[in-house]
Design a protein around this ligand. Structure first.
Ligand code: H79
Length: 476
């Protein structure tokens, strides 16, 4: 049910914000202008938020440095956890409402069972931080429409519909602020619960041939007011990560307008490419000049050679589901996940790795084990990931390379049997080399040939998964 008083207030707010958006664009402060003027350090007043105007590079800087983040898919789907009326439902866990053909009124009942007393925001944030992650993207609302925060425009939320009655996003925002992690929201444009969106498409909520004549009402009176709540009441949100943009009623002009709206509320926020219609399937290409959005979003895949010319972030699950499924035990190993993180970084991308917490508010042990494995590796080798850029010489046969200033981080997956690591010179002159795991930075012998630099390695690899050799280049 909708609280009409609040709804009216939000509607008035939305009009004011739209006016501010118009002013903002008229003032030439939107991304499309690309003036690149760093000296333009004026502040823009945007309702409660007042932020510096940044250039695109300045706005992207924290995200490009971060390289590694935690995706959290959590909602009512954690309650059935892949099983409905005693039957296992095929597909990803958070799609159970659609794949199990569960009517809205039936699915709503899971809210009464959602009481995650084990939830501890500080612990979740600490887990991400200890794994070497710099940001968290959590599902404020997934396709099922259930809201993890206290929304004023619906009762289908954690506060009004569950026995838990604690604002999960508020608690996470406080924990992230305390621990220095950026909080970001995943927000689905598709909504299987809302009567003006895809709810009437039951039994296939995802029917892309269907249209809802009231869809614009959903966008103006529900989607946008909710985004205003999320962007003004939860501190400086780093990214809005849209999804479900493939519904028939969503258009690229709407995507561009929503992008402008979001940035009018938070000028420095980043928005993924799924705000508009620019992506190609799961590849996540983002032709940023034509389409709205700041970065591409390859899903469950790493582009073979990166995505040249655009910022991008691979999102991936540790098993085969995003939302918790009690019987999915098809886990990737910590080794595979570490090497995937390195592979992504070596191609200039970010890695957003998912956890699907259980209905009690706890993260599955298998996920904790993998986060620990990654954290142990990152504690030693984090400098070879954070703040680095793509390999200057592609993918060597022994592993991967990341770069920062005059350093090249050589990620050795296959320790050479003859003890000689051959590195393409790519126009550089070597100064010295050492193992990143070696606190004393004992020098490894280096010889420079015409095309390659050869580093002599100790017999034993310090890390069976990925040993990092730091090659320091001479200033030219
Ligand atoms: O939130 C997680 C998933 O629930 C959601 N995205 C991640 C981050 C998602 N993954 N897969 N799907 C949703 C299934 C969507 C598949 C398709 Fe399509 C939608 C097939 C056709 C329309 C996406 C858009 C792929 C091609 C076009």
């Amino acid at each position: 049910m909708v609280k009409t008083g609040c709804k009216r207030w939000i509607a008035v707010g939305a009009v004011v914000l739209s006016l501010l958006t118009a002013l903002y664009i008229a003032a030439g402060c939107n991304e499309e202008t690309k003036t690149g003027s760093a000296e333009k350090a004026a502040t823009v007043k945007t309702g409660p938020a007042t932020e510096k105007v940044l250039t695109e590079d300045e706005r992207m800087a924290w995200w490009r440095d971060a390289r590694f983040g935690m995706f959290i898919h959590w909602g009512l789907y954690a309650v059935p956890a892949g099983t409905y009326r005693g039957e296992r439902v095929n597909g990803i866990g958070e799609w159970i409402m659609n794949n199990g053909k569960i009517p809205v009124a039936e699915y709503e009942k899971f809210a009464g069972q959602f009481n995650p007393l084990g939830f501890n925001a500080d612990e979740w944030v600490r887990l991400a931080k200890n794994a070497g992650m710099k940001y968290i993207v959590i599902t404020s609302k997934h396709h099922d429409g259930f809201c993890l925060w206290d929304s004023k425009v619906t009762n289908y939320d954690i506060m009004d519909a569950t026995p838990f009655q604690r604002d999960i996003l508020k608690e996470l925002a406080a924990a992230c602020k305390k621990q220095g992690i950026k909080l970001c929201f995943y927000h689905s444009i598709m909504d299987w619960h809302h009567p003006d969106a895809q709810a009437p498409f039951y039994p296939n909520y995802n029917d892309t041939s269907k249209s809802n004549p009231n869809f614009n009402r959903y966008v103006e009176n529900y989607l946008k007011p909710q985004l205003a709540e999320l962007l003004t009441n939860y501190g400086p949100i780093g990214v809005l990560w849209f999804d479900g943009e493939w519904v028939k009623d969503w258009t690229e002009p709407q995507g561009k307008a929503l992008y402008a709206y979001v940035r009018s509320l938070r000028p420095t926020i980043l928005v993924n490419n799924r705000v508009g219609k620019g992506r190609k399937g799961m590849e996540g290409l983002n032709k940023s000049d034509e389409y709205a959005g700041d970065f591409g979003t390859p899903e469950q895949q790493v582009p073979a050679t990166g995505l040249p010319g655009v910022d991008w972030e691979t999102c991936m699950t540790m098993n085969d589901t995003w939302g918790y499924k009690s019987y999915d035990d098809h886990w990737k190993s910590a080794e595979e996940l570490i090497r995937t993180l390195v592979d992504v970084a070596s191609k200039g991308g970010n890695f957003l790795l998912n956890v699907g917490p259980m209905p009690e508010g706890l993260i599955p042990q298998a996920s904790l084990d993998r986060l620990k494995g990654m954290g142990d590796w990152m504690a030693v080798n984090g400098a070879s990931i954070h703040g680095t850029t793509a390999s200057p010489f592609g993918r060597p046969k022994w592993g991967r390379c990341t770069a920062q200033a005059n350093k090249r981080y050589l990620h050795v997956f296959q320790w050479p049997a003859d003890g000689k690591l051959e590195v393409p010179r790519a126009g550089a002159n070597a100064d010295k080399a050492y193992l990143l795991a070696d606190k004393k930075q004992a020098k490894l012998p280096v010889t420079a040939g015409e095309d390659k630099i050869t580093i002599s390695l100790p017999d034993k690899a310090p890390d069976a998964i990925d040993s990092v050799v730091v090659l320091v280049l001479k200033n030219k």
